[in-house]
Design a binder for this molecule. Structure first.
Ligand SMILES: Cc1cc2nc3c(=O)[nH]c(=O)nc-3n(C[C@H](O)[C@H](O)[C@H](O)COP(=O)(O)OP(=O)(O)OC[C@H]3O[C@@H](n4cnc5c(N)ncnc54)[C@H](O)[C@@H]3O)c2cc1C
Length: 379
């Protein structure tokens, strides 16, 4: 009898648990541990913040995993020991034969930003932003990327585009300036200059003012200050919080120079520790282009399928091993019921090979279908 510990019930954890349950017999235990009771489908936070979703429609109780024969432990993981493949939760120690780490990123909300703005990267923040948005009838709305790195490189751009469309529908667009501030030199830079320019053109074609290379430094009342000396006033602020490796992992030998989990093999997601795997946002995978693989659910998902398969092969003693090839795709919501799609191979050398597909109604429909399918299939 084997025990597989899955740390985190986010994208990577939930997909790993479900896929593994299909592959190994019920005599083997699969345990998912998460401090939250609910899984939130993060891509839909962008719809939530403009009133196109309700919180209950985009979240699912993690307890539902139990119906599939997956044990769920609700509690904060206080300690991780990769040498022994053990964790401490609610004062109790769990030891596994295999351990899959999918604890994502820890989001840090600078108190001075949180005092006047809304972090739309969480369910509560996106919902509070939506409540404030309904009272906003004119002035400047700023979308701010407060620091690098951040997950889902497209999300701030989608947020600005959806906001622009929201004001259009409300017939307020001529009374509102939508502005986007980011430390990046351009949108989604890892995907190459052409794609970055295409996303920038899309954003600017909607009258959104884009300010790249603007690293947030301080805030005074409703005025943001940047390290390049510029300032920006706003009436309403939606911001991307600071991302860091969860402390419970940064305290261990799993973390490399990047301050995120270092992998021994980027195709199998093995760490330097025997039978300990790490997937998703908590890893940092250097690419030949000099930037890391973006933090995105699509990668956590594909990596989870590979790790589940390979643990299944090891437990069953038969089957074919799989590898994560670096392929991925991302819908880019642009409003008007349309979305674009960026798809390609991020492990391609010397540059990722990514293609941008023209925005249309079909890609938006694809994203809606994906949302429904994700929440139905895994819970
Ligand atoms: C607004 C927004 C839009 C997005 N849109 C897209 C998109 O369109 N496409 C895409 O590919 N990606 C998108 N993403 C990114 C995607 O959500 C993440 O990349 C993905 O969730 C990463 O999966 P993960 O399993 O690594 O981490 P997560 O899904 O973040 O899961 C980590 C889990 O670990 C738990 N945890 C952390 N620390 C502890 C602890 N100490 N004890 C117990 N539990 C703990 C957390 O509660 C969490 O449930 C978006 C993200 C946001 C915020």
């Amino acid at each position: 009898m084997k025990t597989i510990l899955i740390l985190g019930g986010g994208v990577g954890g939930v997909v790993t648990a479900n896929e593994l349950r299909k592959k190994i017999g019920k005599e083997h235990k699969i345990i998912v541990i998460d401090k939250e009771q609910k899984h939130v489908f993060a891509p839909s936070l962008l719809w939530l913040m403009v009133g196109l979703r309700k919180p209950e429609k985009i979240s699912r109780e993690l307890n539902r995993l139990q119906r599939k024969g997956i044990e769920f432990v609700n509690g904060e993981i206080e300690k991780v020991n990769p040498y022994e493949k053990s964790v401490v939760v609610n004062g109790k120690t769990y030891i596994g034969d295999y351990m899959v780490i999918s604890l994502g990123t820890e989001l840090v909300k600078p108190p001075e930003l949180e005092a006047v703005g809304y972090s739309f990267y969480s369910l509560e923040g996106a919902q509070l932003f939506w409540e404030a948005l309904q009272d906003f009838k004119g002035g400047k709305v700023a979308v701010l990327v407060s620091s690098m790195p951040f997950k889902c490189p497209a999300a701030p751009y989608e947020a600005a585009l959806l906001l622009s469309y929201y004001f259009e529908k409300k017939k307020l667009r001529d009374k509102v300036e939508v502005e986007l501030y980011s430390p990046e030199p351009g949108p989604m830079g890892v995907a190459g200059k052409e794609l970055s320019a295409a996303v920038r053109a899309l954003v600017e074609s909607k009258g959104i003012k884009y300010f790249p290379e603007h690293q947030y430094s301080t805030i005074n009342g409703n005025s943001l200050a940047f390290s390049n000396g510029t300032k920006a006033d706003f009436g309403l602020l939606a911001y991307v919080p600071k991302h860091q490796c969860p402390k419970v992992i940064s305290d261990t030998d799993l973390v490399g120079e990047s301050a995120w989990v270092q992998l021994k093999n980027r195709e199998t997601m093995e760490t330097d520790f025997q039978d300990v795997f790490a997937i998703g946002d908590i890893t940092s995978i250097p690419l030949a282009v000099g930037k890391p693989l973006p933090k995105a659910g699509v990668f956590a998902h594909y990596q989870a399928e590979v790790v589940a398969n390979n643990i299944g092969v090891a437990v069953n003693g038969k089957g074919d091993l799989k590898t994560f090839t670096g392929n991925g795709e991302c819908f880019i919501e642009i409003g008007q019921g349309k979305a674009g799609l960026a798809r390609g191979n991020f492990y391609a050398e010397p540059m990722p090979k990514i293609k941008m597909y023209q925005p249309g109604f079909h890609w938006h429909a694809g994203k809606v279908l994906f949302e429904k399918d994700f929440l139905r299939r895994w819970f």
